[in-house]
Design a protein around this ligand. Structure first.
Ligand SMILES: [Zn+2]
Length: 505
C-alpha cells in the first residue's frame, strides 16, 4: 500500500476547472532519496533499450510492491488478476493504475522532455511535480533527480493525477530551508495552452458539459490549426506538442527554449495576441475586431472558412430554432435587414443554418434601407465566422509561468482514457473516442501473443498495445527537441566565452 505522505498534503482547493490550479503553499515533503543507480548507465545512450519499460521476459505475477527496491530490475511486474474483470474496473483502481505506471507509462521520455537532455539538469531536478492522491489530497512541490526516482515515488504514492509545474531557482523541496525565501521563484516552463469543449456550449448543439463526440471535436481541430499557425509562423516556435486531456479538451506545450524562459509579461503578450473571443456565453457579441484585420486574423479566417461551412453550419446547424436564429440576428448590423430576415425565417420553420447564412446576403441585396452599409455587414459576417470557429482559450493557463498542467500520459479518472499526444500531421484522423483506455491497454498486454519468429530484442509492454503509436510519436518529438536543444546550447556556450573575455578586460 502507498504510504501516507507525512506533511506536504494540501487539501484540493475549490478550483473552478479541473486544470486550473493556482499556487498553494505546502509544508516540505520528506527529504528526497539519493539516486542509487549509475546515471551514466541509465542515460549513456538515449536510444538504447529501456530499463524502465518492462518487457514480457518475467511472467506477470502478483507480488507485494517493494518501495525500497534499489534498482528497477528488482521490481516485480504486476498485472491484475482476472482478465474478464478488467473491463469493469474503475479507471483509478489502484491495481490497474500500478500496472499502468509500472508497465506502460513512458517515464524516460517524460524525463527527457522536461529535462531537454539525456543527462539530469536543473531543468528536471528543480521542476515541480504535483500529485493528486487517491484520497483527493494534493501534494505540491515534489521534485526528483532522475526519471527513476520519479517513477518510484509515483509507484509509492499512486497518484490519480500528475501535474507539471515550472523549474525553480532551486530545488522546490528545499524552498522552506532558504534564508531568503524571495530567492525561490519559477525560472522556466513550457508555454502552455488549454482549450476545453465546455467553452463551446453556447455554439455546439450535439453535446454539452462533459460530453463530446466527433462532431464537436472538430472545434478542437480548428483550434489546433489556428494556434499552430500563430506559434509557428508568427512566433517561430518549433517544438509544440498537443495532448488530449482525456475527456473534452486539449493542451499545447511549447518546449522551445525561447518559450520556456519567457516571464509572465511576455506570456501575457502572446495570450493577448491570440485572444479574440471575449466575455462569457451571455455577453452578446463576443468578437469585435478593429479593421483592417490583423494579418494573423485574416489568415485565421482563411483557415476557418471551410470549417465554418462544414463543421459548424452543416454539422452543428447552430441557428435551427427561432431562439438560436434570433441570436444570429442580434449579431447583424442593420435593423431593416434583421426584420426582413426574421420575417423570412418565421415563414419557413426548420430552415437550415446553411440556408439562413446564405439568406443574409440574398436579403441584403434587395434591401431598400438608406442606412444599410455593405462594409459593416461584411465585417459583422467575419466576426460571426470567428465567433463560431475561433479557438476559445483558457487564457490564464498561458499567462502564468507557475501554472500547473496535467502531465501527458496520465489517465483521466472519469473516462479511463490516456492523455495521449496528438500527431498534428494526422490531425483529421485523431478521434478522442478511439483513444486507448487503461482497462483496454492492460487487457492488450495480457492478450499479446509472441510471434513465431522470436524478435531479436525483448518486446516492451507498450509495444504490445495500442499505446504504441502515441509513445513512438512522443519519443520522436522528444528526440527532435533534444537535437534542437544541443544546437541552442552550442550557440550559447560560444557567446558565453565571448562574454568571459570581456570580463577579463
Ligand atoms: Zn458533440
Amino acid at each position: 500500500m502507498a504510504e501516507e505522505p507525512v506533511a506536504a498534503v494540501v487539501e484540493r482547493g475549490q478550483s473552478p476547472k479541473e486544470d486550473d490550479v493556482d499556487m498553494a503553499d505546502a509544508a516540505a515533503p520528506p527529504a528526497q532519496e539519493k539516486p542509487d543507480v549509475n546515471l551514466d548507465d541509465l542515460f549513456a545512450d538515449m536510444d538504447s533499450d529501456d530499463e524502465e519499460f518492462p518487457s514480457s521476459k518475467p511472467p506477470p505475477q502478483i507480488a507485494t510492491q517493494d518501495s525500497n527496491s534499489s534498482s528497477p530490475s528488482d521490481e516485480v511486474v504486476l498485472t491484475p488478476t482476472s482478465d474478464q474483470n478488467i473491463a469493469h474496473m474503475n479507471a483509478s483502481d489502484p491495481e490497474l493504475l500500478r500496472s499502468f505506471y509500472q508497465r506502460l507509462f513512458p517515464w524516460r521520455y517524460l524525463f527527457q522532455w522536461l529535462n531537454h537532455s539525456p543527462t539530469p539538469t536543473p531543468d528536471f531536478e528543480n521542476r515541480e511535480f504535483a500529485f493528486t492522491l487517491p484520497n483527493d489530497a494534493m501534494l505540491r512541490y515534489m521534485s526528483y533527480r532522475t526519471s527513476d526516482l520519479l517513477r518510484k515515488d509515483v509507484l509509492r504514492l499512486m497518484p490519480t493525477r500528475i501535474e507539471i509545474g515550472p523549474s525553480y531557482t532551486t530545488n522546490p523541496r528545499e524552498r522552506k530551508m532558504l534564508q531568503n525565501t524571495a530567492g525561490f521563484r519559477p525560472l522556466s516552463k513550457e508555454l502552455c495552452f488549454d482549450i476545453d469543449l465546455t467553452d463551446y456550449d453556447d455554439i455546439r448543439t450535439c453535446c454539452d458539459k462533459a460530453n463530446i463526440c466527433n462532431k464537436c471535436w472538430r472545434f478542437m481541430v480548428m483550434a489546433v490549426k489556428v494556434v499552430e499557425a500563430v506559434l509557428r509562423d508568427d512566433f517561430g516556435f518549433k517544438h509544440i506538442m498537443w495532448v488530449y486531456s482525456g475527456r473534452r479538451g486539449i493542451h499545447a506545450w511549447v518546449s522551445d527554449k525561447s518559450a520556456r524562459t519567457m516571464d509572465d509579461s511576455k506570456r501575457k503578450v502572446i495570450a493577448g495576441y491570440l485572444e479574440v473571443i471575449i466575455g462569457g456565453a451571455q455577453s452578446g457579441k463576443r468578437v469585435n475586431l478593429r479593421r483592417p484585420l490583423h494579418p494573423h486574423l485574416s489568415r485565421s479566417l482563411d483557415l476557418l472558412k471551410s470549417h465554418f461551412q462544414d463543421d459548424v453550419l452543416e454539422a452543428q446547424d447552430p441557428w435551427q430554432t427561432p431562439a438560436r436564429a434570433e441570436k444570429l440576428l442580434q449579431l447583424l448590423p442593420d435593423k431593416d435587414l434583421r426584420d426582413a430576415l426574421r420575417k423570412k425565417w418565421d415563414a419557413s420553420p426548420g430552415r437550415s443554418s446553411l440556408s439562413k447564412w446564405a439568406d443574409i446576403d440574398a436579403v441584403a441585396k434587395t434591401t431598400t434601407s438608406k442606412s444599410f452599409d455593405p462594409r459593416a455587414l461584411l465585417d459583422a459576417k467575419q466576426d460571426i465566422v470567428l465567433e463560431y470557429t475561433y479557438p476559445r482559450l483558457d487564457i490564464n493557463v498561458s499567462k502564468k509561468l507557475n501554472h500547473l498542467l496535467k502531465s501527458p500520459f496520465v489517465i483521466h479518472p472519469g473516462t479511463g482514457r490516456v492523455c495521449v499526444p496528438i500527431d498534428t500531421r494526422r490531425l483529421d484522423d485523431f478521434s478522442p473516442l478511439e483513444v486507448p483506455t487503461i482497462q483496454g491497454l492492460i487487457r492488450e498486454i495480457d492478450e499479446w501473443k509472441e510471434p513465431e519468429v522470436k524478435p531479436e530484442k525483448p518486446v516492451h509492454d507498450w509495444e504490445k498495445t495500442s499505446l504504441k503509436p502515441y509513445i513512438e510519436y512522443f519519443r520522436g518529438f522528444v528526440n527532435a527537441m533534444m537535437k534542437g536543444e544541443r544546437g541552442d546550447g552550442k550557440v550559447k556556450r560560444e557567446r558565453g566565452e565571448e562574454e568571459g573575455d570581456g570580463e577579463l578586460w
